[in-house]
Design a protein. Structure first.
Length: 145
């Protein structure tokens, strides 16, 4: 951090010894695959697209930092790879509110559905319940068709 610059990361990220460690709140469940990335996009130079395709995944729900950098690069590549892409509005952040807001707006206009956390979690719960009862997949209210 440069002199005179304020720390803008949330405490959960600021207080880590390893800046790349996955925080427990969003850590993988036992048996889940972890793919490490070395560039802004989670897709570039990784087997992510192939892994998702092999597992018949059609929707990517995006969370992370920074909205204008890694999140945006991953969203663009997700859409380029023909995945339906959702950005959870409260689960991404950037160093500056203006950059954050402009990138969320732009991604919603071009590449992804930017949706509130409550709506995404409701959709996931309904989808999980629907899989058990084999009913039609629930719709996301704010999503584009």
């Amino acid at each position: 951090m440069r002199r005179g610059q304020q720390e803008s990361r949330p405490p959960a990220l600021r207080d880590r010894r390893d800046p790349y460690e996955i925080i427990p709140e969003v850590g993988p469940l036992p048996g889940e695959t972890v793919i490490r990335k070395a560039s802004p996009s989670a897709f570039w130079g990784t087997p992510l697209a192939g892994h998702l395709t092999f597992n018949e995944v059609d929707t990517v729900i995006m969370c992370g930092e920074s909205t204008s950098g890694c999140v945006r690069a991953s969203v663009v590549d997700s859409t380029t790879n023909r995945f339906r892409t959702i950005v959870v509005e409260e689960c991404v952040f950037d160093r500056h509110e203006a950059a954050h807001a402009m990138n969320l707006f732009d991604m919603h206009q071009k590449y992804a559905d930017v949706l509130p956390l409550a709506e995404v979690t409701r959709w996931l719960r309904e989808r999980r319940a629907g899989q058990a009862g084999s009913r039609a997949e629930p719709a996301l209210a704010g999503a584009r068709s």
